[in-house]
Design a protein around this ligand. Structure first.
Ligand SMILES: Cc1cc2nc3c(=O)[nH]c(=O)nc-3n(C[C@H](O)[C@H](O)[C@H](O)COP(=O)(O)OP(=O)(O)OC[C@H]3O[C@@H](n4cnc5c(N)ncnc54)[C@H](O)[C@@H]3O)c2cc1C
Length: 483
């Protein structure tokens, strides 16, 4: 029995008796748990249910989507809406059991060892890259220093971040020249309307990382005269490694030919060949400037590296945002090294690439049997949604190959495992949120309509607000299932 998307789309979902202990149905072969409901986790769950398996999804956030909900710029409604539609279709499948508001990890709602004791056929970690990367400069803990992901979570209203104040001041230095820098500059330009945003790069124009389409959101605010001066300033250092400043400038100018209309007087600029050395603070430990070291480029094969010139300068600013990538969160409890979860270094399994997805314990020199990684949990900050989805698809294939040699559990065993998990959450007082409850939440948010404090669609700010809304819907309809 496949529940249709239309079935879930009904505002209140099925009655409590229909929902309680959704039965494990014909066609089931294995029970797989996926931790994380971002693009990678949803892709794994989708492929495995299509193959006839039963899938449990545990997700830290109440809502599914991961960075689709809380990372991608909130005004990209078409992109977000299209992705969310496919995720709703997945949750409409009766072989999928969604538990939102559940974190896996040490001192969290459930640990890896507890999950492994449930008799699942496989566990896939698609928990993204929740750790914060720093570049380790003095002053990083000063007031006014932020990490890009936290800022992005703030303007996307992720509970825990949406309600925190992010005082940016008038002049903001953003470290990095990738798409995340562009999103931060977009928010600062259009919504915060600060005076000045400067993207700071250790290398030059040729090494800029943003997508030319993304820069359209802010290019009307780029101060062309300042950019020309900056290119002139660093020109000799670019020529020293065979780069042509005029050509690079022309390339950049072409990227700026389809800018979105200007909505503020914010000036956006670039500072190239400059490496942040220290955050300088005032007596109140608040950012007053960045100390930058001038760099030059050195060729490293096909690539370039920045080399410090020991010439330092104070760059005045009121806040600093580090947009230098993310790392995995070691509290998840998987073997962890240098910011990433460890995967099997030795080709193994039916396909040599299977090892890339297998969690691996270096201490014992063994793979964690039946534990897999995908998406940004496997490779932090690697690519756009399409790449994460493809990674999830590949991971599902690896899991399928693994399952071939495993005994197929019977339906009663699967039902017991799902019920044990539910009981565990009940006993611990973990307030889980089901797909049906999410539908009620979504309809409540839509009813609310647009709001000046939200970019894009309205979102409740805290988990408590979301849970209260779900409770209100339940009380009003009498048909939403109890948790
Ligand atoms: C600022 C920013 C803007 C972006 N903009 C775009 C864009 O415009 N277009 C585009 O295509 N791509 C964009 N991307 C990239 C895209 O968001 C990622 O490629 C993709 O979301 C990665 O998917 P994932 O499933 O691996 O991780 P995530 O999307 O991070 O999902 C991880 C999921 O795991 C859950 N989770 C975390 N920890 C736990 C835990 N301990 N237990 C249980 N669950 C947990 C989270 O709640 C989340 O649902 C952007 C990324 C960023 C950072």
């Amino acid at each position: 029995m496949i529940r249709s998307a239309e079935f879930l789309a009904r505002q209140w979902g099925p009655s409590a008796s229909e929902w309680e202990g959704v039965p494990v149905t014909d066609g089931t072969r294995h029970l797989i748990l996926v931790a994380g409901a971002g693009p990678a986790g949803m892709a794994v769950a989708n492929m495995l249910t299509k193959a006839g398996h039963e899938v449990i999804i545990l997700n830290r956030d109440i809502k599914f989507g991961g960075l689709v909900e809380y990372g991608i710029f909130p005004s990209k409604l078409k992109l977000r809406g299209g992705l969310k539609k496919t995720y709703w279709e997945l949750l409409g499948n009766s072989h999928v059991h969604y538990f939102g508001n559940v974190s896996v990890g040490r001192n969290k709602d459930v640990t890896l060892d507890e999950l492994r004791s449930l008799g699942l056929s496989a566990i896939v970690f698609a928990t993204g890259a929740q750790g914060t990367k720093t570049i380790g400069v003095e002053g990083e803990a000063a007031k006014g220093v932020y990490h890009a992901k936290d800022v992005v979570f703030h303007f996307n209203r992720l509970p825990g971040y949406g309600e925190k104040p992010f005082d940016m001041g008038k002049r903001v230095a953003v470290i990095g020249v990738g798409d995340v820098m562009v999103d931060i500059a977009h928010w600062l330009t259009r919504y915060k309307r600060v005076e000045q945003v400067t993207a700071i790069a250790r290398r030059g124009l040729a090494e800029r990382k943003y997508n030319p389409k993304e820069i359209r959101a802010i290019c009307a605010n780029i101060d062309q005269a300042d950019l020309a001066k900056e290119i002139e300033r660093i020109g000799p250092r670019l020529e020293a490694v065979g780069q042509n400043p005029a050509e690079l400038q022309k390339e950049m100018a072409e990227e700026f030919s389809k800018c979105e209309p200007k909505t503020s007087h914010t000036k956006v600029g670039f500072r190239f060949l400059s490496s942040p050395k220290r955050v300088l603070t005032d007596a109140d430990n608040r950012v007053r400037a960045l100390e930058l070291e001038e760099t030059k480029l050195e060729l490293k094969g096909q690539d370039t590296a920045a080399v410090g010139l020991k010439q330092y300068e104070e760059f005045p600013c009121d806040s600093v945002v580090f947009a230098v990538g993310d790392k995995a969160d070691d509290a998840v409890g998987l073997p962890y090294k240098n910011g990433t979860f460890v995967t099997n270094p030795t080709p193994s399994g039916n396909d040599p690439d299977d090892a890339l997805f297998q969690a691996y314990d270096e201490a014992s020199g063994k793979v964690l049997d039946g534990v897999f990684l995908t998406g940004w949990a496997r490779k932090a900050s690697e690519g756009l949604v399409g790449i994460a989805k493809r990674d999830g698809d590949w991971c599902a294939e690896v899991v399928q190959r693994y399952l071939r040699s495993k005994p197929v559990p019977d339906r009663a065993q699967i039902q017991r495992s799902v019920e044990r998990l539910r009981a565990m959450f009940r006993e611990r007082g973990v307030t889980t949120v089901s797909a049906i409850e999410l539908r009620a939440l979504e309809s409540g948010e839509q009813e609310h309509g647009p709001s000046p404090e939200c970019i894009g669609e309205f979102k409740f700010l805290t988990n408590q607000d979301m849970l209260s809304l779900i409770d209100e819907k339940r009380a009003a309809s009498g048909s939403l299932p109890r948790r």
